[in-house]
Design a protein around this ligand. Structure first.
Ligand SMILES: [Zn+2]
Length: 94
């Protein structure tokens, strides 16, 4: 039998409980678009910073985005977080 395995997760963006395929990010379907918008805003900001670096608190303040949401993108591997430095855009160029 090939049952797909689902986990009951709490959305990292809105906090709603939802079923997600095992192994996927805890972003509910309603928040996928928001996650993408946040990612682009943060990426654009990081790209304008010297050495493409900015700390999370500063990025959150400048973009008006909750810090925990930016930290979530870091946890998902979209950005790197360097100790004492802050966010680093993983992709060079673009
Ligand atoms: Zn959500």
């Amino acid at each position: 039998m090939e049952d797909q395995h689902f986990d009951l997760l709490k959305c990292a963006i809105c906090g709603k409980a939802f079923a997600q395929e095992a192994g996927k990010r805890p972003t509910c379907p309603d928040c996928l678009a928001e996650e993408e918008v946040i990612y682009r805003k943060v990426r654009n900001l990081v790209n304008t910073c010297p050495d493409r670096r900015i700390n999370v608190a500063e990025a959150a303040r400048r973009l008006g985005i909750e810090e925990r949401k930016i930290n979530y993108l870091v946890e998902c591997g979209m950005f790197e977080l360097a100790v004492g430095v802050g966010l680093i855009n993983r992709q060079q160029g673009d």
